[in-house]
Design a protein around this ligand. Structure first.
Ligand SMILES: Cc1ncc(COP(=O)(O)O)c(C=O)c1O
Length: 444
């Protein structure tokens, strides 16, 4: 039973967005953030703030969790990023324990100084071989890798041509590197080429980085990577592809969409994260030259001036790559894809629409933020964890629930999750209609 009375949510908790508080006004830097907190509390008090939740049992298919008011729930977990379910794999756990016994828990320095270990060096080699590139630079997180590769290589006179939906780490890195940023329409290679042409018509002296993703994490779609690399060659630019969501989980041998496009080893720069499939924090940049690796190590601030991955992280990620690259990895990818297709089929049967192509990200369309927030409240009570994504992370009126599939979800988990999603959406639609009815009458 919900503790919230249907129809009781105030309009202020169903409207507004985090964008409203991005530029707070006033001289007191600390006091002026209070407005955001008041708005957030309005949502929190009404069970409409489904962010900052915590799992109690770890990110398994079924979990105990709590929201940030401490309200507990037990249910099915489609909100964790652990696509091949490796975070609880027995070999990964054993590797972590053995490594802690042997090396302790801390790298105790930056890779530019003495933070590397024999394990991080072995990991660099492993990843380079896996993605068919020569060299790899490791970062403490995927975010740091995305930000750092751009900030490390692009200077203020250079240019960046970037997909409009590129991840925040890429956008922040671009903003920190140069003011010459050109956004091209999502996946639109012709628009990208338009900017490249315009830049090269005026500037033949400076660099251009084209920035895109192997699999976009809100829309689950993929650009034409071969066409982008060809454009990079044609206009003397450098292509950088973020493979955070597809590497390991999709494509031939788990090599992601770069391999599906026949571009393995042929993209200028590949950047990835370990946090979706490889059971750990951390990220990497793969390049074809030692000079790029060395330059990033000393000029990419998020690795140069940050502590290196610990031995236990390096060993866990190494083991995850071994599993991903094995027959078992192939089986896990098969199980993951079967779950993805099962989920998409069952959602469609309930007339729940979703974005994009089959991947571990199944983003279920909701539309209005008010409806999505009411659904999120119902999901908590009904026992389904799925991540609400709303403006400004996605467009206004394009709110969605990002369901993230794992290899070890069962068919029952999928059926139950779809049944809950459908029921909660129907209840929320009825509630919203009832809330809007008197207002419509007033207008009449
Ligand atoms: C496309 C993309 N790049 C980079 C990152 C950052 O990765 P990490 O979680 O390892 O910092 C994410 C994670 O949200 C992502 O979705």
């Amino acid at each position: 039973m919900s503790e919230f009375v249907p129809g009781s949510a105030p309009a202020s908790a169903l409207s507004g967005s985090m964008r409203d508080f991005r530029v707070p006004k006033g001289t007191d830097l600390l006091a002026r953030v209070g407005e955001f907190f008041d708005w957030q509390n309005g949502r929190r008090r009404n069970g409409l703030w489904p962010f900052s939740r915590a799992t109690v049992t770890g990110p398994k298919s079924t979990v105990m969790a709590q929201d940030d008011s401490g309200r507990a729930m037990t249910g099915i977990n489609f909100a964790s990023q652990d696509y091949l379910s490796l975070s609880n794999h027995p070999d990964i756990r054993a590797t972590a324990l053995e490594t802690v016994e042997k090396y302790g828990v801390h790298s105790a320095g930056s890779a530019a100084l003495v933070g590397n270990s024999s394990l991080t060096l072995a990991l660099e080699r492993k990843i380079a071989d896996f993605v068919d590139m020569e060299h790899v630079t490791l970062y403490p997180t995927g975010w740091a890798a995305g930000y750092g590769v751009i900030r490390g290589l692009v200077r203020s006179a250079d240019h960046i041509v970037m997909d409009a939906l590129a991840h925040t780490c890429l956008q922040e890195g671009a903003n920190a590197a140069t003011r010459n940023i050109y956004m091209h329409r999502h996946l639109d290679v012709e628009h990208c080429r338009h900017w490249l042409r315009a830049i090269r018509a005026k500037d033949t002296e400076n660099g251009i980085m084209i920035v895109t993703e192997g699999l976009f994490s809100m829309d689950s779609d993929t650009p034409d990577l071969a066409a982008l690399q060809a454009a990079a060659h044609e206009f003397n630019a450098t292509l950088m592809v973020d493979v955070a969501h597809d590497l390991g989980a999709l494509g031939p041998g788990g090599r992601g969409h770069i391999a599906t496009a026949g571009m393995l080893g042929k993209v200028d720069l590949v950047m990835g994260s370990f946090s979706k499939t490889f059971a750990s924090n951390g990220g990497f940049v793969a390049s074809r030259s030692r000079a790029v690796k060395e330059y990033l190590k000393f000029y990419s601030p998020t690795t140069t001036f940050s502590n290196a991955l610990s031995q236990v992280q390096a060993a866990v990620i190494h083991k995850a790559f071994e599993i991903v690259d094995s027959a078992e990895g192939e089986t896990l990818r098969g199980e993951l894809m079967a779950n993805i297709l099962d989920l998409r089929t069952k959602l469609a049967a309930e007339k729940l629409d979703y974005y994009g192509d089959p991947s571990a990200i199944v983003a279920v369309k909701m539309g209005s933020e008010s409806l999505a927030r009411l659904v999120s409240r119902n999901l908590h009570d009904a026992g389904l964890l799925a991540n609400l994504v709303e403006y400004p992370a996605v467009g206004k009126g394009a709110a969605r629930f990002r369901m993230q599939v794992m290899a070890k979800h069962t068919s029952e988990n999928v059926s139950h999750a779809v049944e809950i999603m459908s029921r909660c959406r129907n209840e929320a639609m009825r509630e919203l209609e009832a809330m809007q009815r008197p207002r419509l009458q007033e207008v009449a």
